[in-house]
Design a protein around this ligand. Sequence first.
Ligand SMILES: O=C(O)C(=O)C[C@]1(C(=O)O)C=C[C@@H](O)C=C1
Length: 360
Amino acid sequence: MITELFPSNKSKQNEAPFVIAGPCSVETPEQLMTTVGQLKKEGISWIRGGVWKPRTRPGSFEGVGEIALPWIQAAKKEFGVKFAIEVASANHVELALKHDMDMLWVGARSTANPFTVQEIAESLKGAKVPVLIKNPINADLSLWQGAFERFQKAGITDLAAVHRGFSNLREQVYRNSPMWQIPIDFKRTFPEIPMICDPSHIAGKRSLVQIIAQKALDLSFDGFLIESHHQPDLAWSDAAQQLTPQALGEMLKNLKTRSIHFEGVQMRNQLEEIRAQIDQADHELLEAIHRRMTLIEKIGEYKKLNNVAVLDLDRWKEIFETRPVWGQEMGINEELIQELFALIHQESVKKQTEILDKVD
Ligand SMILES: O=C(O)C(=O)C[C@]1(C(=O)O)C=C[C@@H](O)C=C1
């Protein structure tokens, strides 16, 4: 089972994360052998490599295809490594299994298409390989969850999720927006499924890979899928985001792994005490919201009696402008206050509309 590969499931703390690394694309037998050999020297024994590359636009390099599979078999034999490749159709699955691939992954563009996910899941029935499912290219949590449900329904349960970021036209720093809340929400709904981070596709450039990888460890991710090439600048695809095996080894040494839980009685007691205070603060927050809602209902009754519209834009504008200023004085993030009051106002309007529409 794939879960056995992850340190967080072995109850050991501060252990090195599980890493699958390798070139974006398998290009030639020489490139593969050299890269795999160098990765092995860095202690990496799970290798990735693209054979079929689904590209956004035609004309760019789409992978060397099936001929790469015997090259991979040779590299596996030479270095005693395991290999993971992407599959995007039943035909790819059949070929991958025929050539002893050890792990498969479903790419972001495939996850976005339920027909493709269904086809891959069905073609894998009875197979023993673990499968990684990357998040869909668009920021749609349920589409990602749906892909897992399709695999589970087909009886394939040896699964892990890969967070590779989301396509976002407004994003400027990264190639794909990390939107960390989405993988966190995924972990909440599928706690038994390990979550791997692909910092290469989020970062888009090698100088940012470590920052993303560290953030993933801080958020208790279980491992990495990282692109590495022995001559990154000459790579046939994704040249800017690939690291040399040596740079990757160095980066992995520099990453700080964290414990999942607080260790030691004193630390745990302190934490309990602070959490009790948080419970109290949350209670007061809910009481304040309840008090506000009671007042909203009072105004709602008054508006109904006097035949006044629910929405009062001037008052709403005043609230929307003053609350962030109040919050700023307390050091609270402006965006949080705006989002919070937008939700609160939405609820007020809903409550008052119900009051006005109620037939007495
Ligand atoms: O002040 C009012 O008129 C209200 O009904 C309260 C309230 C609010 O949530 O604060 C709700 C709806 C209006 O659009 C403006 C403000």
